[in-house]
Design a protein around this ligand. Structure first.
Ligand code: DAH
Length: 339
């Protein structure tokens, strides 16, 4: 039995040299020390030995077991170290390699101008309000004092979803929503998309953008309206900009007006942009109609206010001398990348 033990040890020593992975090492362990391993099986024969032989062989058997266990441990450390080094080598990164440049997009011209408009009004203490693009006829027309036979209500001008719901034709319905849920003082602007059944051409699109403004408080006068819009025009188009208020009609304001700014290109001398007049129309405005205040639960004896609405697409076209509104919505990068 002594020879057999030494033979097993010898075999194990040879075997260990060919184990290269942790899996193979486990196989090695099973082969010798496992339940059916060679050493374990041999030791079961111990009972057959004589009393004298037993302690001698037992001692040797323990030594062989310890030797095999040591082989196993030593090799495990070596293999682990090798595997770690191989992994480190394969995961090496070259920090001197130049990176991949990511292309950063740029802002759409409509967003650029809207951001400027927002900056001016936020600077004057306004908040931003939002309303739905799919709107009720009530908010878009009735509450804004449009009589039932107002031409804008015509099916040929407005996209109706059904008799009561439409795609909003203006951002003015946001005024109604804000007045109904907020107590004065109110000072908001509300940018957003609007829709009208217009033929598409260089200056018309069935989808376009407006920025609405609304101020309600005690003692708000036409003077406040003029001062606010004049300040706005100077901040957006430059300090030398002059404004002109022309009377106009809107059902939801009384009195109503339109505002022209002196042409920022020719300063009023007359050029292609202002079509020779020296003036450019930029918005509609007026003092909020008492009927509209009443409809929203605001007492017109206590409160007054002004409102305005400007065409964002038009202002952007003027500012950047863009000649065709369709360019805004075609997503042609050659156009967008210019801003
Ligand atoms: N909603 C009007 C339009 O689409 C613009 C407008 C005019 C808005 C006067 C207003 C206003 O708030 O007071 O033509």
């Amino acid at each position: 039995m002594k020879e057999q033990l030494l033979e097993i040890l010898e075999k194990a020593k040879n075997h260990i040299e060919s184990t290269k992975t942790l899996n193979e090492l486990e196989q090695f362990r099973v082969n010798y020390l496992g339940k059916k391993g060679e050493l374990t099986v041999l030791l079961r024969e111990m009972g057959k030995l004589s009393k004298e032989e037993r302690p001698v062989i037992g001692k040797l058997a323990n030594e062989v077991r310890t030797s095999i266990e040591n082989l196993l441990e030593e090799n495990k450390a070596v293999i682990k170290e090798k595997e770690k080094n191989a992994r480190l080598e394969s995961e090496v990164i070259d920090v001197t390699m130049s990176g991949k440049a990511r292309k950063v997009g740029n802002r759409h011209p409509l967003t650029l101008v809207l951001d400027e408009i927002k900056r001016v009004f936020i600077g004057m203490g306004y908040k931003i309000a939002e309303g739905p693009e799919v709107e009720t006829v009530y908010h878009n027309f009735d509450a804004l004092n449009h009589p039932k036979d107002h031409p804008a209500r015509d099916f040929s001008d407005t996209f109706y979803i059904n008799d009561d719901i439409l795609l909003r034709t203006q951002t003015s319905p946001v005024q109604i929503r804000v007045m109904k849920k907020t107590k004065p003082p109110i000072r908001i602007i509300s940018p957003g998309r609007c829709f009208r059944s217009d033929e598409i051409d260089a200056t018309h699109s069935p989808m376009f953008h407006q920025v609405e403004g609304l101020v309600i408080d005690r003692n708000i006068t036409l003077g406040d309206l003029k001062g606010t819009l004049d300040t706005f025009a100077k901040r957006l188009f430059g300090v030398n900009t002059r404004t002109k208020f022309r009377p106009h009609y809107f059902p939801f304001t009384e009195p109503s007006g339109e505002v022209d700014v002196s042409c920022f290109k020719c300063s009023g001398e007359g050029c292609k942009i202002c079509k020779g007049s020296g003036w450019i129309e930029i918005l509609g405005c007026g003092m909020v109609h008492p009927e509209v205040l009443k409809e929203c639960g605001i007492d017109p004896e206590l409160y007054s206010g002004f409102a305005f609405g400007m065409g964002l697409d038009r202002i952007t076209m003027l500012k950047y001398e863009i000649e065709d509104i369709r360019l805004f919505f075609e997503n042609d990068m050659r156009f967008i990348e210019q801003f």
